[in-house]
Write a protein that binds this ligand. Structure first.
Ligand SMILES: N=CN[C@@H](CCC(=O)O)C(=O)O
Ligand SMILES: [Zn+2]
Length: 413
């Protein structure tokens, strides 16, 4: 199957040399080709360039993209889209003055989602999660990481991971799975956190590894949840079970988790709303990708990750949605990109790099997606007729996407 996109007003994020990610000043460089063509063969990008070099060939389909832009689809490296029910009640509690932390202490929060998920069948959980996955595909996401962490028992964590596996087998979007058993200490282990950590390490991890249910291991390193010591223990155990570390860290307090992540070779450290100078320093020159989650900051009214300070210090940055029922009930990456520009003062170039190539790296998919590069999957966005790529974050809240393609095939509405 050959599809030719021609007369593309501007082809965005073109990289002839495969790169892993961009950092510092390079984040402000977004290579494009004006008046371009793009050829897709069997789901893969096979050629692109200026219209004057467009080959005369027979194709199965021609898309005339006059006046429109083509971008690689969004790479969302941090989500929790497999969950049961919702937490709308807590949303109203927060409107009425309770904080996210106060709600969690009263047994709401992650434990509320865990209770709902434990009472939901695997089939029902799949059906609920499928709706969200379809929705985010339509909003332009072409690669996604999905975490467990609302099960908190052996059975329920495995149930979540099996649902993720089924989504992976059913939908054409790239999916990576993360084991986040250390998301909160369940009530049963309230006074025995050590016992819960042992359950994660001795019972859950070997099963997950045996069934190949996850690529990554994650932990919520935060005051009142898991300490830096717990984090090191879980990350090391994950590595022994073939899982690459990631961390939820510095969301409310900075307790040294960033350093622990870097030390244990974390692929990404995520949240980072509270960043000390030493946390920035320790990330410099490493292979650990910092990930900001602006929709969470927006929804909880907490500080935004200090993107400007981090990028100006030479760091890379990825943007992700954190789609989950408690702190970010939205997986819309267009909103994420717009909010990064509006609230975090990232330029459109920086935000698009952060939501494509750097997001792909943060889930180990930089060789597959995240840029217009020959050999990469043709996971693409075709915009409506718009003046420029800066219009996507500028016209926030209004979808600028006309069509999405996964592996070269148009996704029906
Ligand atoms: N902060 C930890 N975990 C999730 C939210 C969990 C929840 O409230 O359900 C997050 O990344 O924001
Ligand atoms: Zn999260």
């Amino acid at each position: 199957m050959k599809t030719l996109f021609k007369n593309i007003k501007e082809l965005i994020q073109v990289r002839t040399e495969p790169i892993s990610f961009v950092s510092g000043k390079q984040m402000n460089v977004l290579p494009t080709i004006k008046n371009a063509f793009l050829l897709v063969e069997n789901g893969v990008i096979s050629n692109f360039g200026s219209m004057q070099d467009c080959p005369t060939i027979t194709t199965d389909k021609i898309v005339d993209a006059s006046g429109k832009l083509v971008l690689p689809s969004w790479c969302d490296s941090h989500t929790h889209i497999v969950y049961a029910g919702n937490r709308e009640g807590e949303f109203v509690d927060r409107i009425n003055g309770f904080t996210y932390e106060e709600i969690a202490v009263r047994g709401g929060g992650i434990l509320n989602s865990a209770k709902q998920l434990q009472e939901t069948s695997e089939e029902e959980l799949y059906q609920q999660s499928k709706v969200r996955l379809k929705d985010i595909i339509h909003s332009g996401t072409g690669a996604i990481e999905i975490k467990s962490g609302y099960g908190l028992t052996v059975e329920a964590e495995l149930k979540m991971l099996r649902v993720i596996k089924r989504l992976k087998e059913t939908f054409p979007i790239e999916i990576k799975a993360t084991f986040l058993g250390a998301h909160a200490v369940p009530l049963k282990f309230k006074n025995n956190k050590k016992g819960y950590l042992q359950l994660l390490i001795n019972d859950m991890m070997p099963k997950i590894s045996e069934e190949k249910l996850a690529e990554f291991v994650d932990i919520f390193c935060e005051s009142g949840y898991f300490t830096v010591e717990d984090t090191e223990l879980i990350l090391r155990a994950g590595i022994k079970n073939g899982l690459t570390p990631k961390i939820h860290v510095n969301q409310f307090t900075a307790i040294g988790g960033v350093k622990a992540g870097v030390k244990n070779g974390a692929l990404s450290v995520d949240h980072l709303e509270v960043m000390r100078n030493e946390d920035i320093e320790v990330l410099k020159g490493t292979s650990t990708m910092p990930v900001a989650l602006p929709s969470c900051s927006y929804f909880l009214s907490i500080p935004y990750t200090p993107a400007r300070k981090m990028i100006d210090a030479g760091l890379p940055l990825a943007l992700a949605s954190d789609y989950n029922p408690g702190s970010s009930p939205s997986g819309n990456m267009n909103f994420v990109v717009a909010t990064a520009c509006i609230k975090m003062k990232m330029t459109p170039e920086e935000a698009i790099n952060a939501a494509t190539i750097n997001g792909a790296y943060a889930m180990g998919l930089e060789k597959e997606v995240g840029s217009i590069t020959v050999g990469k999957k043709a996971n693409l966005l075709l915009t409506k007729p718009i003046p420029s790529y800066g219009f996507i974050p500028y016209a926030f809240g209004n979808s600028q996407i006309e069509k999405v393609y996964l592996k070269g095939l148009e996704i029906e509405n």
